[in-house]
Structures are given as C-alpha cells and as structure tokens.
Design a protein around this ligand. Structure first.
Ligand code: HMG
Ligand code: MG
Length: 350
C-alpha cells in the first residue's frame, strides 16, 4: 500500500472544458492563482487544442502568460499534436499531456482519428519534447467503459498505455472518462496493467459519476499507484463523452485520506469557501454536509451549469437552489454579480 499520495489538479482544464458557457480568461487565471497557493504541486491549466473543437479552452495561451507562477508548482496543459505542443512551448508550459483512448469510437469522436493515427500524430511531438526536455504525460480514456462502445477490455487499455510509455510518457493517467468504474472493474484492470507496467508509471483519473471514485483510488493505492487526478469543486467531464460527469473532487480526496497522506504540504484552508468569495466558483463544503452544498458562482455560470455541478457532486437531482441567509435581501448585483447558493436535493439518489 502506498503511503503518500500526490494530487494532479485538473480542474482548470477538465473542469472548465465541460462548462457550457465560456468562462472569461481572467476568471480562469484567478482560479489557477488560488490553486497555486494550496500546496498542490501540479495544475493542468488548459489545452492547446483546436478552439473549433473545444471553445471552452480558448485563451490557454493568455492564461499561461498571466498566471502568477509559484515556485515548485508545475503548470501543465493538454497538447493533441505538434501544433499544440509548439503553442505550449511558446507559452512556457512546464509539462504537457497527450491523450489517446482505449476505444476506437471515442478516439474518432474526440480527436477525429483512429487510436493508431492518434499515436502516430504524437511521434513528432515526442521528438520535439525530448529536444526541449519537456516532460510528457499520457492519458488513456475509456479505461472501463466507452460512452459509445460500452465495456472496454483491460487488454485494450494495456496496449495503448504501453505504447504511450514506450513513446516517452513519464506516466500514464488512466481515465475513467464516464465514471463507470467500480472497485471491482478497476481491480480487474489494474491486475492486468500492473503485471506488465511498473505501477509507479500509472496514475488514476476517476470521474465520479457513480460515487465510486474514492473507492477506486483505494484500489489504485492497493496496486501501488500514488498519483491521482482530481478537480476543484468536483467539476469536470469531456464534451465528446456524453454522460461524463465531474472528476473526483480535490477536497474529497484530501478529506478521505487525511492531509498527512499527501506528498504536498497542503493548505486545506485555502481550499475552503471563504477563499473563493466573489471568485469564479466555489469549492463545496462537501462532503461534511452532503445535502447542503454551497458554492459561490458568478452569473455567467448559468442555472443549467449549477444543476450539472450539483449533479456531478451528488449524482442527485437538484430540487432547489437557495440563497444563503447572509445574502438574502441584498442586491446580488452589488456582489460583483456573484451569488451564493445552497442546494437541496430530492431525497432519492438517482
Ligand atoms: P482535426 O479537425 O482533425 O484537425 O482536429 P486538422 O489537423 O484537420 O485541423 C483542423 C483545424 O484545427 C485547422 O485549422 C488546424 O490548424 C486546427 P483551420 O485550418 O480549419 O483554421 N488545429 C489546431 N488549432 C489549435 N491547436 C491545435 C490544433 N490542431 C489543429 N493543437 C484535433 C484534430 C486533435 C485538433 C481536434 O480533434 C481537437 O482539438 N480535439 C480536442 C478534443 C479535446 O480536447 N477533448 C477533451 C480533452 S480529452 C479528455 O477530456 C479526457 C481526459 O480528461 C481523460 C479522461 O477523462 O478520460 C484527458
Ligand atoms: Mg477527464
């Protein structure tokens, strides 16, 4: 069993790529600057992908220009091809991630080519990354289930993960893209992967659709994985994966294993609602009170998004959104258009 865990914060990328409305770049920068002070060592700040494909990631270049970089924190981004990598180099990204899938259909939908073609596209990227000494991380999506093809075999995941490592990834993050993994299926997968791959080269990226992400992390730890991806506020999903819900919430991850279980010197107070006052979005008090999740949200995060976030966090149908008592009777406009809400859920879990 692993003793210390490392967090790979993916909220500004995986979290914000799935919000329907485009979030202004300055708000993303605020979010990243706050995350930079929490002690988390790696923050995925955006993607150098085509804005036609993922408009929410437009502005990643400006983000890297303007964030306040804290010593010791690595600022990373997704790059699907050489063009993305060159843009990332220009933006002085500390490390990049390439992404492939274990499902052919998902690969077509997400990057417009087959799995093999997607890997072939990375060759030039790896060559340049080696020249420039930029570390490359890899993702494999659909490690358990694909939104289009259903179940995916561990052998298909092994094939892609091994190829990514052979090409030069220092680590492969295993993406349970639609959050259908359970401790049983993750264990079946890790048994196969860890018989062929050094477990130190694997990380877990568990979306939390089925409320199993924490238990999946436990299985990961049992198999010797020590890095887990999580997202501030439990945000997340993939525009090309219908049904992809939020990522494992960073705060839940910390609370589940205790702050001393982490490599980083984390400041949990910084991941608390007050530090986000009037900021882009709020971390939840979750899971201390699972029925009363509070968030501070700017008003360009529309009600539909609030519902999605609430659903992501709880897999529950939202019954109502209530203003916090302290905000009642006040003109919300005075609060720089921010408003505070708490959520009430229908009793039954969906
Ligand atoms: P394509 O249309 O096949 O590419 O897209 P293309 O080479 O034909 O180029 C089309 C246009 O895109 C051209 O511009 C290119 O210049 C431009 P035009 O001539 O039409 O004006 N282009 C780019 N622009 C900016 N940056 C680039 C870039 N490359 C080409 N890097 C492509 C192929 C891969 C670009 C596209 O499909 C794409 O951008 N896909 C991104 C999909 C994505 O970001 N998905 C979400 C991330 S993956 C994920 O969330 C899963 C993960 O979280 C793990 C998990 O949960 O499983 C990581
Ligand atoms: Mg993801």
């Amino acid at each position: 069993m692993v003793e210390t865990i490392s967090i790979f914060e993916v909220g500004p990328r995986d979290g914000l790529q799935n919000i329907k409305n485009e979030i202004p770049v300055n708000k993303k920068i605020e979010l990243i600057n706050i995350l930079s002070t929490t002690g988390i060592g790696k923050i995925e700040c955006g993607s150098f992908v085509s804005a036609k494909w993922v408009p929410q990631m437009r502005g990643t270049n400006e983000i890297f220009e303007e964030i306040i970089r804290v010593d010791g924190v690595k600022y990373t981004a997704l790059t699907p091809n050489l063009k993305g990598f060159e843009n990332a180099l220009h933006a002085k990204v500390d490390e990049v991630a390439v992404f492939a899938a274990a499902s052919e259909t998902f690969s077509q939908k997400n990057v417009n080519c087959s799995i093999d073609e997607s890997l072939a596209r990375f060759r030039d990227l790896f060559k340049k990354a080696r020249e420039k000494k930029v570390p490359v991380r890899g993702y494999v999506s659909c490690i358990v289930e694909c939104p289009y093809e259903g179940k995916i075999s561990p052998e298909s995941v092994l094939k892609v993960a091994s190829q990514l490592l052979d090409m030069g990834c220092y680590e492969v993050s295993l993406g349970d893209t639609i959050g259908k993994g359970t401790p049983k299926t993750i264990e079946e997968l890790l048994k196969v992967l860890c018989s062929e791959i050094n477990q130190k080269k694997l990380a877990g990226h568990f979306h939390d659709t089925s409320d199993t992400a924490i238990r999946n992390v436990e299985i990961g730890l049992k198999y010797g994985l020590s890095t887990f991806d999580s997202a501030v506020g439990g945000l997340g999903g993939c525009p090309y994966a219908p049904g992809a819900k939020g990522n494992l919430n960073t705060r839940s991850l910390i609370e589940a294993f205790g702050i001393n279980s982490f490599n980083e010197d984390l400041d949990l107070d910084k991941i608390r609602p007050k530090s986000f006052n009037n900021k882009f979005e709020e971390l939840s008090k979750f899971p201390s009170s699972r029925r009363d999740i509070s968030m501070i949200l700017d008003d360009y995060v529309k009600f539909e998004d609030i519902k999605t976030i609430a659903y992501n966090l709880e897999s529950r149908i939202l019954k109502d959104v209530n203003l916090f008592d302290e905000y009642k009777g006040k003109n919300i406009g005075d609060k720089k258009k921010s408003f505070a809400v708490s959520f009430t859920f229908n009793d039954s879990k969906k």
